[in-house]
Write a protein that binds this ligand. Sequence first.
Ligand code: FAD
Length: 513
Amino acid sequence: MASSTKASTEALANSSSDFDAIIVGAGFSGMYMLNSLRDRLGLSARVFEAGDGVGGTWYWNRYPGARCDSDSYVYCYTFDKQLLQEWEWSERYPGQLEILRYLNHVADRFDLKRDIQFGTRVSAATFDEKRNRWEVRTDKGDVVTGRYFIAAVGSLSATNLPKFKGLESFKGKWYHTSQWPHDGVDFTAKRVGVVGTGATAVQAIPEIAQQAKHLTVFQRTPNFCVPARNGKVDPEVVKSRKADYDGIVERIRNSFFGFELNFIPKSALEATPEEREREFDARWDAGGFGFWLSNYQDMFFVKEANGLCADYLKRKIRATVKDPAVAEKLIPKTYAYGTKRQPLDTNYFETFNKENVLLVDASDAPIEEITPNGIRAGGKEHELDIIVFATGFDALTGPLKNLGIRGRGGQSLAQKWEDGPHTYLGLAIAGFPNLFTITGPQSPSVLSNMPVSIEQHVEWISDCIDHMRKNNFTTIEAAPQAEEQWTAHVAAIVNTTLMRPPSVPLVPRPWEW
Ligand SMILES: Cc1cc2nc3c(=O)[nH]c(=O)nc-3n(C[C@H](O)[C@H](O)[C@H](O)COP(=O)(O)OP(=O)(O)OC[C@H]3O[C@@H](n4cnc5c(N)ncnc54)[C@H](O)[C@@H]3O)c2cc1C
């Protein structure tokens, strides 16, 4: 822990224990929530953060190649105009260290660290129905209370490490990408295995392959990827964006996904093959999320339209990967394009042309166990010195269930969500008064450019609390009926898309409603 965060944490541990608000998490969400409640509304607030510094995602995920996929000019706070003008991003997509520097800059600029207790994990939060206050406990023995309890725990902060048989017997070293050592890992002359091929692995694999003696990639589900095309941004573009931030903020807040991207208002099936190829090429050449989020408007809804986009990307994989058998393994075949988060890559598919890289595909060689010397998959032992688990997160519900939340009548959130999440707007939960969840399940969350969704939630929560105080309301709580309606509404939208579960029939497309 840095000396400044350590000093503030020690001072906080011995100070007051009753607050207007308790906030959990000091990433983008928790930091802005603190600023908003403390500096805009004048409330007392305490933030608890498990890490030893601010940054959330960007504090923990330090694996090689860790980088944002949102363009930097929109992957930032927009609530302070001066901050937008003074901060300069060095590249189109900022790397982990640069985002962490940015978030530390914000924390210092708004003097946030003095109210954040670092290195402290919230282990229980119980609503006291007599006092209408939340009682919150931590792993360091703190017991504090707050009128409002705000979970700013992130959607992707609970590590998912599958229970592989034999892991404890492995004689080499192993790491999870989301809990990466702060002093890095040296892969020089090592035989490395990477388990997983999601967005994180797509970033890490090309970097590790450059350093390692040999890299074995264990793939369960292949991914469609589009090139990131990272690099310096033309200073004239930077200047004109800075001059137009009011317009940018207006556009990203009113877009589908929090980017300056909108669909082509036409069906892919109506376009001629030449026209389609031109549109696809333009998005491929530009790099970034354009291929995914500003493609033909029926791409997410109509199988045939989606297939045309997918075929283009499959052709690109076949043209890049020299060994046709490896190329076929790298081509997704079991789900529609875009229904899983679309990773951006820099030399991902090219990496499988390297002599020192081997792809092991779980469809014909599933991982059976970790052995003292490596990984056994499909009956063959792959000898390894280092294993990197890029197996992602217990996403969305995981970090909330881990908080040990109990609402009215002692009901636990984990119990309530046994059959999946039920929320109102992804922000509030029936039976859990004065609990707010920033970017909770059933909100746009990870399907959006998250700082935009985070700012919207923080401002909504802050306005709601302000309204309650001005009108002397003690509690606010989602009505069970509103929660049911919202849950049904979210399911109805999903069921119009190719993201719906295979067992659910497709309902009419939105533009036919
Ligand atoms: C590798 C990676 C790349 C990403 N790239 C993008 C991108 O390109 N664009 C995009 O929009 N989003 C991206 N994201 C999503 C990213 O999580 C969000 O953009 C954003 O950083 C979320 O901020 P947050 O504050 O809501 O949550 P987080 O940053 O996850 O912060 C939550 C904090 O809560 C703390 N916490 C959780 N539980 C407890 C507890 N019980 N007690 C105490 N503290 C707790 C955690 O330690 C963590 O620090 C990416 C995520 C990852 C993992």
